[in-house]
Design a protein around this ligand. Sequence first.
Ligand SMILES: NC(=O)c1ccc[n+]([C@@H]2O[C@H](COP(=O)([O-])OP(=O)(O)OC[C@H]3O[C@@H](n4cnc5c(N)ncnc54)[C@H](OP(=O)(O)O)[C@@H]3O)[C@@H](O)[C@H]2O)c1
Length: 290
Amino acid sequence: MNTSSARFISGLWRIAQWGMNPDQAAGYVSACLDLGIDTFDVADIYGDYQCESMVGAALQTNPGLKSQIKLISKCGIALVSAARPSHRVKHYNTCHEHIIASVENSLSCLGVERLHQLLIHRPDPLMDADEIAAAFEQLKQAGKVEAFGVSNFLPHQFDLLQSRLDEPLRTNQIEVSLLHLGGLFDGTLDQCQKLNVTPQAWSPLAGGALSNQSEETPLGRALIRIGHEYSATREQLAIAWLLRHPARISPVLGSGKVQRIRELVDAGKIALDRQAWFELLEAAQGYPIP
Ligand SMILES: NC(=O)c1ccc[n+]([C@@H]2O[C@H](COP(=O)([O-])OP(=O)(O)OC[C@H]3O[C@@H](n4cnc5c(N)ncnc54)[C@H](OP(=O)(O)O)[C@@H]3O)[C@@H](O)[C@H]2O)c1
């Protein structure tokens, strides 16, 4: 096992697109474990509410995997879907009843008794922090969720929820990559570092868009040039750039190809020089820092 892989998470959002049968999906989970990745990210809504059942079917073909993996799921987004006929409009729902029902459903679909982490998927303008805290407490007491976190929260929203909780929130899962720099400058990653909360980076390769940066763009050129210096692919460099951040970011890798996951895990060995980090930042921003 590569010890540097301890910070990586496997994201299963796209699993429905991978065309895998349950045996093959279990093989993917096994291969991630072999690479040292034991944490898997899903959400109630992924795959139009089908992803958790697909993961559950995979685990059912090899139940021994269940004790080896940690599952993160999320709740709080309500999609208009044939799977949820009562939803008239896309909305957020972080009320007590919805959180409990969503977790019960996630556990049943996944075929496990407990989630490693439950995240509130997006900040809800109608979020009642006391109500969420009561739901978290009930789930913790029932042994259904080990720990809690949030996703896509700004620091003031994180502070509001944390103010009502006895236990620390464990993560803020945010979109951050060379093509999404907001979290570096809006206080989100600073807050994580201050509180020793591990940020999780979703779409760390910008959903594949980083692979398509041509040599015509400053970022494409910088990734290729610096990649040569480090003998790294542009994707490995983009991951190394995230790992260099002092908030100790955990990238949530979204590829369905084990060979690509292996390459990205290897990026953990790249010690990116400070100036190379800033060259990539400048190329990504399109202008020099002040
Ligand atoms: N909290 C939230 O709001 C939120 C939102 C979105 C996602 N997420 C989580 O974040 C996870 C990762 O998101 P993501 O899938 O957008 O991540 P990503 O790693 O940025 O993108 C993965 C996509 O890039 C493609 N890709 C192209 N070239 C690649 C290469 N050389 N190496 C690796 N991938 C390459 C992959 O295709 P192949 O499969 O063909 O390799 C895949 O479609 C999701 O699974 C989900 O768990 C969370």
